[in-house]
Design a protein around this ligand. Structure first.
Ligand SMILES: C[S@@+](CC[C@H](N)C(=O)[O-])C[C@H]1O[C@@H](n2cnc3c(N)ncnc32)[C@H](O)[C@@H]1O
Length: 196
């Protein structure tokens, strides 16, 4: 998977990594910043996506599509598709451009809008990467877990960097008897849950 990243994907990843670095430093307002995962988290979620059972693959919080490109590597290898949700118009434009220039449009479907209004349309969920605003995590978690297949994986970003803001959701997951869960110290901290 990592040894044969298509050139179109690699070029767009490098471009977004530079944009992400710049907008952290140049005073871009928080909502406009890309706030992407680092590459090591990208590899981590791609590895987990490549081991998830067959079913529906979701991502909540697309931004410009950087994390999506990592997940698309796994989906491409497995012949699966990924649905990714983004609520902000300017981010959906950037993500649309990303998926076009990286040539992953056949693997990725972008849904524009608040993920919470759409999650009820999906079942047999076998993989979900959760990376929206912090106040949205718990609602998404509660909507996804009942519709997740056995062995399905839910990964939530920022489990260490924003542990106080995510406290209720993290405690819910870590004490939830429907899943095995732990927090992995990679990047901003990834909560990994596996449905029992
Ligand atoms: C931290 S960024 C995502 C970064 C992206 N996962 C990456 O690593 O490349 C969070 C994104 O989630 C979007 N978002 C926030 N709440 C959302 C919601 N309820 N539904 C869909 N997208 C949402 C924001 O607009 C923002 O672009």
């Amino acid at each position: 998977m990592f040894h044969n990243i298509p050139r179109t994907v690699e070029v767009r990843m490098r471009y977004l990594e530079i944009m992400n670095k710049k907008d952290k430093l140049n005073g871009t307002r928080r909502l406009q910043r890309l706030r992407q995962i680092p590459p090591e988290t990208g590899k981590f979620i791609a590895l987990l996506a490549a081991t998830a059972p067959e079913g529906t693959y979701l991502e909540i919080g697309t931004s410009a599509g950087y994390s999506t490109l990592w997940l698309a590597l796994a989906c491409r290898e497995l012949g699966r598709k990924l649905v990714t949700f983004e609520v902000l118009e300017e981010k959906t434009s950037l993500a649309t451009e990303t998926f076009k220039v990286a040539a992953v449009e056949e693997v990725v479907k972008l849904v524009k809008g608040d993920a919470r209004e759409h999650l009820g349309d999906y079942n047999n969920i076998s993989f979900c990467f959760l990376d929206p605003e912090k106040e949205v995590y718990l609602d998404c978690y509660e909507a996804i877990i009942p519709n997740m297949v056995q062995g399905g994986l839910l990964i939530a970003d920022n489990a260490i960097s924003h542990k106080d803001e995510l406290k209720v959701m993290l405690e819910r997951a870590l004490n939830d008897e429907r899943v095995d869960a732990l927090i992995v110290p990679i990047g901003s901290g990834e909560l990994v849950c596996r449905k029992l």
